[in-house]
Design a protein around this ligand. Structure first.
Ligand SMILES: [Zn+2]
Length: 432
């Protein structure tokens, strides 16, 4: 067992640091995503034991709702690891045959988009951080009366965490509730910023044209942060080798980065997070070690009437509420999960995309130190969600651009239904 783990570590080092990897058509051309499909809970336990210290890239861990595990493996890793799975009676099949090809598709269309300039923002494309910032500056100058920029904080590498506030101060009471939506806390989940940007754009472009969106804008102050981890996001645009980066970019001894969704100060690093700085779920040297996470938490604490929070991820199609750190359910679970049910029903009506809903630990796995837990547990925000967007693994993090708009439209339907649900429930509690 020890030799097995040591071998993986050697492979990991050579892959992630680019040593001895010379491939003709791109660094990930020999990589496949393999789906392992445990048939019962003892299979899941075996699988978790086999992969506990493996250093290949896990795209999806087994969860309560879906025991499958997706792992990205080089040819060498497949030769070593797949026989181990077979020996242990674990079934598997290829989900993505050529990771590099999907990266090439995303990158070539993204490059075409950039060569055409950003005057007319193309919501159906993936965009760099600079392009997203340019869009934010542009759209807030067009809709000056109800949109403005805010700067949450500065990242480790010095980039702004720039957000978009949408609010119509001329309508409604001065103490309107605040609604926070953030994307891109995990760098490689590109569909997240793309969807958050799309939804903010629709809320501004369709104001006065779409009665429900108009009501949503009038009833809440919206704080929208498309890219919560700008260093990580920029890094995923650097080259193909960096495309699947997840964490922040702060140096952590021999490795880089902290998982910014395991770094929040509630039951920090107790479960579902790693103390190994090289792990993709590294919780950091201490809670709030990452300036991005600390900055967002400070900013949220300064929003006096924050009632709703959504942290947008991909992939798996899940709409989740606290707790993440334990399978126990919080006091107002039924109220929060009722919102998830309303949201996912509305989402499914659009194109038939099916989501599951429940608590984070209940349908995913125990994961402490997440933003949704902290916002609910520490700030007492009654509606706190973590959402995993499309898909269920056919493309995973490399979702093609032709799915951006459908994902945007259906997610906006979900948010639109959720807004009304939350507003009615806030009214109810205010009236008590
Ligand atoms: Zn994520």
């Amino acid at each position: 067992m020890f030799a097995f783990k040591a071998l993986y570590f050697g492979i990991f080092v050579s892959l992630h640091y680019g040593v001895n990897v010379v491939l003709s058509t791109g660094p990930l051309s020999q990589f496949r995503v393999i789906r392992i499909t445990p048939s019962d809970s003892s299979d899941v336990e075996t699988l978790l034991a086999l992969t506990k210290n493996a250093n290949f890239d896990v795209w999806k861990w087994p969860s309560a709702g879906s025991p499958n595990m997706d792992v990205m493996l080089s040819r060498e890793e497949r030769r070593t690891f797949l026989p181990v799975l077979q020996t242990n009676g674990l079934q598997f099949h290829v989900m993505i045959k050529d990771v590099q090809r999907l990266i090439d598709v995303q990158r070539s269309s993204a490059l075409k988009s950039r060569s055409r300039g950003v005057g007319e923002f193309e919501y159906f494309k993936y965009h760099t951080l600079d392009e997203i910032f340019a869009w934010m500056e542009n759209i807030t100058s067009v809709y000056k009366d109800r949109a403005s920029l805010f700067n949450v904080t500065t990242s480790y590498e010095g980039r702004p965490l720039m957000g978009l506030k949408i609010s119509n101060p001329s309508v409604g009471p001065a103490d309107r509730p605040a609604f926070w939506i953030e994307g891109g806390i995990h760098a490689r989940e590109w569909i997240s910023p793309a969807t958050v940007v799309f939804m903010a754009g629709q809320m501004l472009d369709l104001y006065k044209l779409d009665p429900e969106l108009t009501a949503a804008v009038d009833k809440f102050d919206w704080y929208i942060l498309p890219v919560t981890n700008p260093d990580g996001y920029s890094f995923t645009w650097k080259d193909d080798k960096s495309r699947l980066w997840r964490k922040t970019r702060s140096p952590q001894g021999k490795c880089i980065g902290v998982d910014p969704n395991r770094n929040w100060d509630l039951e920090w690093c107790k479960s579902g997070a790693s103390k190994d700085p090289c792990s993709d779920t590294y919780c950091g040297p201490e809670a709030f070690s990452e300036p991005e996470v600390k900055g967002v938490s400070d900013f949220l604490q300064g929003l006096p009437n924050l009632k709703a929070f959504i942290d947008v991820h991909s992939y798996s199609q899940l709409w989740m509420s606290p707790w993440g750190y334990t399978k126990k359910l919080p006091e107002n679970y039924k109220l929060q999960d009722g919102g998830s049910a309303v949201a996912t029903d509305a989402l499914e009506k659009m194109y038939g995309t099916k989501y599951e809903h429940g608590s984070i630990a209940g349908i995913l796995y125990e994961a402490s130190g997440s933003s949704a837990d902290w916002v609910y547990g520490k700030l007492k925000v009654p509606f706190s969600y973590a959402v995993e967007l499309r898909d269920t693994g056919k493309y995973g993090f490399l979702l093609p651009e032709d799915q951006i708009l459908p994902t945007g439209h259906e997610t906006l339907e979900a948010v639109r239904a959720l807004v009304m649900y939350i507003y009615e429930n806030i009214q109810y509690y205010n009236d008590l």
